[in-house]
Design a protein around this ligand. Structure first.
Ligand code: AMP
Length: 215
């Protein structure tokens, strides 16, 4: 089963993709995570991407499409994948259509997590992850049971994303409305677009997603 998870930054795509991964044995392919790994490694690609990511803009389509194309053929994607953060422009959506056709693959569900713009800055500026295992937390909405200790792995180091500040979030939101809204229209036209209320509690969103993908 191959899925596309759409929605603005802070909609919960990463959190829900990890749960879908665990529940369905499919692999999360997050272009944002891939780019952050490139930045951390100090590669040329990472150096180029870092500048764009810091401003909240979008990295070039060519670069993203090449990166993603290599991923969907990976062995661990044989049961399926969840695209998180891709496609983000009409060109990426069209490139994905071509890529899938060439490889004889298809997307089974495109699901948009809907969230009010007003909630997004608060959601994003408060979030952080365990450095060791990647479990996500939030200053207000999802604290670890014991302050400063990861519930899952006991790790004591946490990381905040460099682009999770109020100013960059507003630019990311603008990029979403300007450049990613047409992607939603692209899938609506194909009749494969589904919507889930991303304002609901995390567990309820998971239930709604599980129901959507089992149809
Ligand atoms: P995300 O983790 O999905 O919020 O992505 C973080 C940042 O990485 C974005 O603000 C963009 O600068 C860049 N990025 C991630 N995915 C894409 C994509 N599909 N196209 C262009 N830029 C992307």
């Amino acid at each position: 089963m191959n899925l596309i998870l759409m929605g603005p930054p802070g909609a919960g795509k990463g959190t829900q993709a990890k749960r879908l991964e665990a529940n369905h044995g499919i692999v999360q392919l997050s272009t944002g995570d891939m780019l952050r790994a490139e930045v951390a490694s100090g590669s040329e690609l990472g150096r180029q991407a870092k500048k764009v990511m810091e401003t909240g803009g979008l990295v070039s389509d060519e670069l993203i499409i090449a990166m993603l194309s290599a991923c969907i053929e990976r062995d661990d994607c044989r049961n399926g994948f969840i695209l998180d953060g891709f496609p983000r422009t009409s060109r990426q959506a069209e490139a994905l259509d071509r890529m899938l056709k060439e490889k004889g693959m298809k997307i089974d569900h495109v699901i948009e997590l809907t969230v009010d713009d007003g909630a997004i800055v608060r959601r994003i500026t408060g979030r952080y992850t365990c450095t060791k295992c990647g479990t996500g937390y939030h200053d207000e909405f999802q604290k670890p049971a014991k302050a400063g200790v990861c519930d899952k792995c006991g790790g004591r180091e946490f990381t905040r994303r460099a682009d999770d500040n109020a100013e960059t979030v507003r630019a990311r939101l603008k990029a979403y409305h300007d450049q990613t809204a047409p992607v939603i229209a692209h899938y609506r036209k194909k009749g494969v677009m589904e919507s889930v209320d991303g304002m609901a509690a995390i567990d309820d969103v998971t239930l709604a997603l599980n129901a959507a993908v089992s149809l």
